[in-house]
Design a binder for this molecule. Structure first.
Ligand code: ADP
Length: 257
């Protein structure tokens, strides 16, 4: 569905966030980018939607080609949804309107200032129903809990009819119960609709529960690429460094609580 070819990123100031990385993301799979803070997860994720331009290499989307010119980037973004850690909703605007923002990429700017067709409203309401928030459609987004706001982000992706969902630490500010609810919803909608998801996470336990495939990053490089069942202590040492496994076990016990 999308792949990178020797993708690399060095930020102005000289920080190398990503060393040359070539990975392919297959259609329909939920891939978790796992790694500690600063490993390069966000940078890789943002390059997949060209929110950041790499300093070397390229991203190639099937059916679109290299994400290098404005037209290709626009076509790719139309079918790609982003879910961020927080602040992704317009706080004083209704949940329904926030969900309909998913349609904006399908219209030109002037068209989007006009009332949206009934079909799009229906699509947004169906999406809200799928994430269990139909009864909140007319509530202001800032009245929702953090977990509910992330579910609106998923409804927006469904309304967009996205094929690729990029989620950057989508549960970083949620408690364990809400985190599991959001991740399990995300996984279920991907399975139902054959969506491809790339999700950055730093929690090993959630990665084991929800990923089809894990790409672990450390210091801007891929140190593991495989199924979650293969995430053993040896791999975790490579990802988080020696001595971190005991800490991770303690965090996992907290997440399970
Ligand atoms: P992660 O998502 O795994 O926490 P990031 O991709 O955010 O990692 O960051 C990777 C590295 O790049 C870190 O060292 C971070 O400090 C640096 N970095 C990220 N964004 C910028 C930026 N805009 N300017 C300079 N350095 C950055």
């Amino acid at each position: 569905m999308i792949h990178t070819e020797s993708l690399a990123m060095t930020y102005p100031g000289g920080v190398t966030a990503l060393t040359p990385t070539s990975v392919r993301f297959e259609r329909g799979a939920v891939t978790v980018l796992l790694g500690p803070s600063g490993a390069g997860k966000s940078t890789l994720l943002h390059c997949l939607n060209r929110l950041r331009a790499p300093t070397a290499g390229r991203v190639v989307a099937d059916g679109v080609g290299p994400l290098e010119d404005a037209a290709a980037i626009r076509r790719h973004r139309r079918r790609t949804a982003m879910i961020f850690q927080q602040h992704q909703l317009l706080p004083r605007v209704s949940v329904l309107r926030n969900t309909l923002i998913g349609r904006l990429g399908h219209h030109g700017f002037w068209r989007s200032t006009l009332p949206l067709p009934a079909g799009e409203r229906r699509l947004a309401l169906d999406s809200l129903e799928r994430v269990g928030l139909l009864d909140k459609a007319l509530v202001r987004a800032d009245q929702l809990s953090g977990g509910q706001q992330q579910r609106v982000g998923i409804a927006r992706a469904l309304t967009q009819q996205a094929e690729l969902v990029l989620a950057d630490e989508p549960v970083a500010s949620l408690d364990p119960g809400a985190s599991r609810q959001v991740l399990s919803l995300l996984r279920d909608v991907c399975t139902e609709r054959g969506l491809t998801a790339v999700i950055s996470l730093h929690q090993v336990e959630y990665t084991r529960e929800f990923a089809d495939r894990v790409i672990a990053l450390a210091d801007g490089g891929v140190v593991f690429d495989g199924p979650p069942s293969a995430l053993d202590d040896d791999v975790l040492c490579r990802v988080y460094g020696p001595g971190a496994v005991a800490d991770l076990r303690r965090d996992a016990a907290g997440a399970a609580a």
